[in-house]
Write a protein that binds this ligand. Structure first.
Ligand code: PRX
Length: 651
């Protein structure tokens, strides 16, 4: 993987490393590089000091109980997650501080202070109790980016229910699978949402999903009111938010939860067809979210306006829209809508209007902004910005430089943050007051975290070189397992390199010790910063009556980073037509969600397979990306590829 000429690397580094501006460093929470050595010298103590900044009902007896691969952090400690995000700030006299400035696509605005949020969370928590939700029950949330989603999340935590947010772009089948897997009792949803001016009927999706979910007792529906509304009939399990929530009491005593009680389940794609239910627990997750958001985003509650453009349906929204920033008591912007609606300058007009100072987005969005043209950011005053971040996929140096120059006006440090649903919080990132950043590199592990690069045999790659990225110490916000599936947990993360957490990514270390995360090394693709499994899309394709066999690959895509492309063998009696290709693309979107819709579906009489019958996706990728075909010796029938190439090139 280390294919760069070291001399070029040195030149690149020298000409393109950006130290923090002195004024930024002087005021930053972390500005002394000694923090790394101090954390390494006693990493349990380092995390313990972060945990002690939270408000505990009962202290822990042991910092860490590590029976690899199972960790327990802050053993015996008790706390409530919503207290960390709300009561702590209100009790300290900051109830009037704005928690969220919310803006909808059509320009509707709402402002909620920390005191407002606390009252709303208590109303909702009491409503959940009235609906029969108890500690440990699972509640599935299917909502767009409205404050009620954050409120519902925190309301579940208030009473100790385990919440699970399903991104509202997922299909009824995906939602149903998740509800069934976690045996949820309640769904909270919005009736509808509007995207680029078009109404999407979310309740119709929920109705279809819960029709096959016997564990669901009630569906709590938040109605948007004028302009956008569901057209679906009211079902008998349905309760209107407006009828139930506002009439509840303003107070709801927080449930005192064990540090290791599950906080949420979040599904993410793995290498098989079935998504994995990642389980995070209470004390450790909050400790990680608190520490990483404070140091990586340098959050200053009394002065910053922070905006993370992710959706709460993904881990980024959990950790860096709800728990991390709220545990730090900072003011946020929450926007529900597309970045280019009604015009491609929408994000910059929001930055200007709310005087956003810390901005966190994805490389895929940055590439889109570059394409839309510099005139859009140039039309707005972006001088409030002081720090920029990215997450979700490797950022190409060109996009990094554009971000720095056009958005940050060469004044803002950029933090390229590497982490995963499983890690719960940022694991590799610059610290903006310390690190001299190099475009495209996520730089160094967060203090207290240890990463290594291993070769095929599990031998450590020392110094400059490439390998499999592993994390070698437990950390508080690590996943505690997969929902009711310990074997898959052990097999997926801990079996490739026993005793070490294998992230599924490849990375390289340059000769300056900086880490460059290169991307997935398994059958998982990264589409616009979101994980999709090739197998999941293949299963969706073969579920169609016309398809006998399917192979899916992620091909390089200018904006999305990667995009799925399908190769399909048809059943007898079906004809390979452009219309059928369209139908199959749509079929995948209906089965999984729009994100998974293949860019193209190609028909082929055969698929390249090894002698043992495994589809060689690497070869398909080479065909699709027009690359020379490498080693074909393991292929059962090399002739298959010639046909495929012809089919692909004529498409
Ligand atoms: O491949 C890595 C990529 O996203 C994967 C994790 O996806 P997910 O769990 O959906 O979480 C995304 C948001 C945290 C990783 O295995 N990835 C994430 N951030 C980066 C990245 N790849 C390179 N650089 C990053 N900064």
């Amino acid at each position: 993987m280390n294919d760069q000429d070291p001399t070029i690397d040195t030149l690149l580094h020298e000409s393109r490393s950006f130290p923090p501006p002195p004024e930024f460093a002087a005021a930053a929470h972390a500005n002394d590089p000694a923090i790394y050595d101090q954390a390494d010298a006693d990493w349990e103590g380092w995390w313990e000091r972060w945990a002690s900044r939270l408000q505990w009902d009962q202290p822990w007896q042991q910092v860490l109980d590590w029976q690899a691969p199972y960790a327990k952090w802050f053993v015996g400690g008790k706390l409530n997650a919503s207290v960390q995000c709300l009561d702590r700030h209100v009790d300290a006299g900051h109830g009037n501080r704005v928690a969220y400035y919310w803006e909808g696509e059509s320009g509707d605005k709402r402002t909620l202070t920390y005191a407002d949020m606390l009252a709303e969370v208590c109303h909702t928590a009491n409503a959940l109790k009235e609906l029969g939700v108890q500690r440990g029950d699972r509640v599935t949330l299917y909502m767009p980016m409205v404050p009620e989603l954050a409120i519902s999340v925190l309301a579940c935590t208030r009473i100790g229910a385990i919440f699970s947010v399903v991104f509202a772009g997922f299909s009824a089948t995906s939602l149903q699978d998740r509800i069934q897997d976690q045996e949820a009792k309640l769904v909270i949803c919005a009736d509808a949402c509007s995207r680029r001016g078009k109404c999407l009927d979310l309740k119709a999706v929920v109705d279809e999903a819960v029709a096959n979910c016997p564990t669901i007792e009630k569906v709590l529906v938040w109605h948007r009111g004028a302009g956008v509304a569901s057209a679906s009939p009211v079902s008998d399990r349905e309760v209107a938010w407006e009828d139930l929530v506002p009439r509840q009491k303003d107070q709801c005593p927080p449930a005192s939860m064990d540090a290791e009680d599950p906080l949420f389940i979040l599904y993410t794609s793995g290498t098989t067809g079935k998504p994995k239910g990642i389980v995070h627990t209470t004390g450790g997750y909050l400790t990680g979210a608190l520490a990483t958001s404070k140091l990586v985003f340098d959050l200053k509650p009394a002065q910053d306006v922070y905006w993370c453009t992710a959706d709460i349906g993904w881990i980024t929204g959990h950790s860096y829209i709800v728990f991390g920033p709220m545990a730090n008591g900072v003011t946020q912007v929450m926007y529900e809508g597309a970045p280019d609606y009604p015009a491609p300058d929408r994000f910059w007009s929001l930055v200007d209007d709310y005087k956003v100072s810390v901005f966190y987005t994805a490389p895929t969005a940055i590439r889109a902004f570059m394409k839309w043209g510099d005139e859009h950011p140039e039309a707005h005053d972006l001088s409030s910005l002081r720090l920029l971040g990215t997450v979700g996929e490797p950022i190409n140096p060109e996009a990094w430089m554009w971000y720095r120059n056009k958005i940050g006006h060469d004044l803002c440090p950029i933090v390229d943050t590497w982490w995963q649903t499983e890690t719960g919080g940022i694991m590799i990132s610059p610290l903006p007051g310390i690190t001299a950043t190099v475009p495209g590199s996520a730089m160094h592990t967060f203090p207290g975290v240890e990463a290594r690069l291993l070769d095929q045999e599990g031998k450590e790659v020392e110094g400059a070189g490439g390998g499999y990225l592993v994390l070698t110490r437990p950390w508080p916000s690590m996943l505690r397992g997969l929902w009711r599936d310990p074997e898959r947990y052990e097999e997926t993360y801990w079996s490739r390199f026993p005793g070490k957490y294998f992230a599924g990514d490849g990375a390289k270390r340059d000769e300056h010790g900086n880490l460059w995360v290169l991307g997935r090394v398994d059958d998982v693709m990264n589409v616009s910063g979101h994980r999709l499994s090739t197998m999941e899309i293949e299963s969706a394709l073969v579920a169609h009556e016309a398809v006998a066999e399917a192979a899916v690959i992620g091909v390089a895509h200018d904006l999305k980073g990667q995009a799925p492309v399908g190769f399909v063998i048809l059943r007898g009696g079906f004809e390979a037509t452009p219309e059928l290709a369209q139908t199959l693309r749509q079929h995948v979107a209906t089965e999984i969600g729009g994100l998974a819709r293949p860019e193209a579906v190609h028909f082929t009489p055969e698929l390249p397979k090894t002698r043992s019958g495994k589809i060689m996706r690497r070869l398909l990728r080479d065909v699709a990306e027009g690359k020379a075909l490498g080693d074909l010796t393991t292929l059962a029938d090399p002739g298959v590829l010639t046909g495929l190439k012809q089919e692909y090139e004529s498409a």
